[in-house]
Write a protein that binds this ligand. Sequence first.
Ligand code: TXA
Ligand code: MG
Length: 336
Amino acid sequence: MLITKIYQPNEVKIAAKELKLGELIAFPTETVYGLGADATNEQAVKRVYLAKGRPSDNPLIVTVASEKMITKYTGPLSSKARKVIAKFWPGSLTLVFDIKPGSLPNAVTGGLTTAAFRCPANNVTRKLIELAGVPIVGPSANSSGKPSPTTAQHVFHDLEGRIAGIVDDGPTQVGVESTILDLSTEKPTILRPGGVDVTEIEDVLGEKVISDKHTVKNSEIPKAPGMKYRHYAPDAKVLIVRPNQWQSVFEWTEKQKDPIGVMATSDILASYKKNEYSYDLGKDVVMASRRLFAGLRYFDEMNEVKTILVAEFPEDGLGMAYMNRLKKAASNQYFE
Ligand code: TXA
Ligand code: MG
């Protein structure tokens, strides 16, 4: 078993050396923590799947420090691509492009002719990649299927002994993963809602993009392969609560013999008795997105909590990403 070291931001040089040697290093981004390995080293990339317990047909995001790093794989970029990059990089937008055949290992692309690229806003991680001198793969640094990690402690909990180190830069800001935009298709297509709002992307492109929100579901649309797996799920059962249901929720929880975890906004909790089984999601969907995964993990640590009730938010803006993750964690089940 490996000893998993914790690196402070001023120790990225050592972490970068480990990456170059083919070791796995978890890194902070503004969305969630990622699990890094040299994307050009197939053996190292294969170990990422093992460490996470991830199905091997699920391709990995290639994390870069700048736009310059990707053209080696993609060739010259289209004007659409340059526009969105200029606006959203570094940031919470992942872009899927066609790549030159064989330019990245199959273990990265899952054998697809495209790859997903992301340049995160976190300075420490961009420095880490620059020092390593190679792009690094970056799936979320959780055990496959569990809520994504928003602190270095979450990563340690899931992957201790399986990875060489974690660069700790404190809790992440956005809390849900990046938006994935596919630019390899005729029409720009959203494969996963995330930290960047779809309407902002449409403003920059000057055209509608294809997403579940705007179009009739079309089974021909290629989806991010990872979206088909069970995801973000704690061990406890998760139920979604509509805004008008809180009164009945509180009456119901009183009658249960086992403790029920409750994740709600501050104003809702103010009218309820706060205790260790209530988890404050803050005042709005921005704060709630930042805290969602941490809350699910908090209750999982308490073995006696078998049911977690979580507040619904309207599905617009960041609410699209929040509800996408919550519905997966809850297998779409609502409190009745
Ligand atoms: O915010 C994020 O994006 C985080 C941080 C760490 O960067 N990373 C992340 O990675 O969420 P992961 O592996 O948990 O999710 C990546 C998703 C998967 O659903 C995968 O199937 C999809 O991206 N993906 C990767 N390459 C793809 C490709 N060429 N075409 C379509 N989808 C792809
Ligand atoms: Mg993930």
